[in-house]
Design a protein around this ligand. Sequence first.
Ligand SMILES: [Ca+2]
Length: 328
Amino acid sequence: MAKNTRWIFLSLLLIASPCRSDDGHEMEEFLKREHSLTKPYQAVGSSSSSHWELMGDSMITTEQVRLTPDMQSKQGAVWNRIPCHLKDWELQVHFKVHGQGKKNLNGDGLAVWYTKERMQKGPVFGNMDFFTGLGVFVDTYPNEEKHLERIFPYILAMVGNGSLGYDHERDGRPTELGGCTAMVRNMNHDTFLFIRYVRRRLTIMIDIEGQHEWRDCLDIPGVHLPQGYYFGASAITGDLSDNHDVISLKLYQLTVLRSKQEEEEEEEVLIPSVDNFELLKMDSAEPGMSGIAIFFTVLFSLLGCFLLVVIGLVLYSHWNENSRKRFY
Ligand SMILES: [Ca+2]
């Protein structure tokens, strides 16, 4: 490609996408066709030459990949056949959740994956539990009713290491890295989800209001994901249902310039993990609980100190009395 043409091409890409470097590092991006799913979905699912494979109740139309129809007890998925060996990437998900159900009488949601495993049916939005890698869930039904402060649909991220289970009854709260409320259902305009993984930093943004503006949803450093995993999307319905559609998945390679020292310091990741995950869990714990815990800790500490002072004073006065008796 001629230099000029290349720069025009690059500029177009940069205009077309929300990519920007928050930390001032130079970044270029390229659409990777082998990891992208776009219209007209040629040969998807019907041929082994396609980069994408369908599973379960999912089906292709000219307009979308429908992971589930608006019917009870369905699950479906679409999986990339080619493992992704990119270090830094950005996945733009154009999706649509819509159905006949009234508010909170619809479910269960869809998920976007970057995992070691692929093409496995299961309870986690149509994918297997105890997965290895990243799951981003668009959860449209609140299973845990007592948490009224969280408004659904809710977008949530989880990193699994193969032994961490997703708690469906608690909407995945015990293992969540973070998330945000996103009113994505039955919208007349396009809705997008954007997952960026750069320098071990996971950023999720959403564009759901039809304003072509990206809104922050989640931003976590220290997320360690191995290379060579698979991208996919899945969805599930139960007693409640919705159409869960993927219109496109566009994967961009991000070229991040690293110093020689940075290159050397980076070790190969074998098992997915998140730095300070326990800390993240504590941050997202119910504020009432931790407040009460802090109150009692402080109260008992103060009582303990007071008791020690009293005992000390009593012992001291006894010792004082005894020593005076010895002198007289
Ligand atoms: Ca749920």
